[in-house]
Design a binder for this molecule. Sequence first.
Ligand SMILES: [Zn+2]
Length: 91
Amino acid sequence: MHSSLVSKIDKAHRYASEPERIELGQISATFHGSHDDYRVALESGVWTCSCHTASAQTLGGVCSHIMALQQVLDPVLLQSDKYWAERDRPV
Ligand SMILES: [Zn+2]
C-alpha cells in the first residue's frame, strides 16, 4: 500500500478517536422507527422530524427519534444543538 495512504489512514483513525475535533452543523437522516420511517433533520440549529409527535409540538417539537439521534451524535453535536441531555432524563 502506498505510504502516504497508510499515513492518511493512521491519521483518520487518530481523528476518529478525537470527536471533539468535529462540530456537526447539519444532518439529514432517515430514522427507522417501530411503526414507520421518519425524516429527521438538523438545520441552522433547528431539529425537525416528520413524525406526529414532533409535528404536533406537544413536547416542544422534540420526539424520541430526535432524542435518539442526539444521543448517538452527542460527541459531535454543538452544545447549542442538544435539546436532550442525560441530566434531563426522567428517573
Ligand atoms: Zn420523530
